[in-house]
Write a protein that binds this ligand. Structure first.
Ligand code: 5GP
Length: 253
């Protein structure tokens, strides 16, 4: 039997050649890494939850007209996506201070920011994804000024959408990271949301208790990561509401 072709393997996902030209299969692993892969673990069920949660958010974005790479979920761990040329940037949007901004500016975590702040890191593991300015991005040709205008507009639309969705289930969206891909339509290029949207790439705090429901649970050893992600999925209606403890997540559909 022929083996399918692996295109790329990252820390949390694998990309395989898709069934048609211009598509990939995105496989979600159970691996978790933090601090540029200095901390590693396999967390049973994480990949299944992130596959389903990313489907949920990307489908919601499609429904409000925000272009993204998601086509359809194939199975528990895989989804069909559009092939894109990844812009080598992590686009971060922050609503409240936490993580690196809190450290850099000496702010208390949870402090509201005067307005959503968009910032960029250069995607490069060997360098630890350093923060870069628009000047760097344009000078080094990673994106043009027009691309950046489109990227900010996409990032802020994703922020409004996700903030509202999470607020509706009692969760505060502190910050998140997205990646952007280029697709070509003949001579025309469009930028779309790519990669994944999941608790691996967001900071999510319970509005009432402040409990962390995201990858900081793993980064900071705060408890069981699958329990935290299952709680997010349950509140969003992606997992059955009555389930109390899950080692193996059960999907609704
Ligand atoms: P910070 O810069 O405070 O470490 O991260 C800001 C936000 O971007 C957090 O929600 C964090 O999870 C996300 N983020 C930053 N870098 C990465 C990364 O390399 N991978 C993932 N999955 N998320 C990231």
């Amino acid at each position: 039997m022929a083996r399918r072709k692996k295109i790329y393997e990252g820390k949390a996902k694998i990309l395989y050649e898709g069934p048609e030209p211009g598509t990939f299969i995105q496989y979600f692993k159970d691996d978790a890494t933090a601090f540029n892969a200095q901390k590693k673990a396999t967390i049973e069920g994480k990949g299944v939850l992130n596959n389903r949660l990313s489907e949920y958010f990307m489908t919601g974005l499609t429904n409000i007209g925000v272009p993204n790479h998601f086509i359809r979920r194939v199975n528990m761990r895989e989804q069909l996506i559009r092939q894109v040329e990844i812009v080598p940037l992590e686009v971060i949007v922050r609503n409240f201070a936490a993580g690196s901004i809190a450290k850099r500016l000496g702010m208390e975590e949870g402090t509201p920011l005067p307005r959503p702040i968009v910032e960029y890191s250069y995607k490069n593991d060997a360098l630890g994804d350093p923060m870069v300015s628009e000047e760097y991005i344009i000078a080094f040709g990673w994106a043009t000024q027009q691309d950046l205008d489109d990227i900010v507009s996409l990032a802020l639309r994703v922020n409004d959408f996700l903030s509202g969705v999470f607020y509706g289930v009692g969760i505060k969206l502190i910050d998140f990271k997205i990646e952007i891909g280029r697709i070509w339509d003949g001579d025309f290029m469009r930028l779309i949301v790519a990669d994944e949207i999941s608790p691996d790439s967001c900071r999510l705090w319970d509005i009432k208790t402040g409990e962390k429901l995201d990858k900081d649970v793993f980064r900071r050893d705060l408890g069981n990561l699958t329990d935290a992600y299952s709680e997010v999925a349950r509140r969003l209606g992606v997992l059955p509401a009555q389930t109390t403890h899950l080692t193996k997540p059960t999907l609704i559909n």
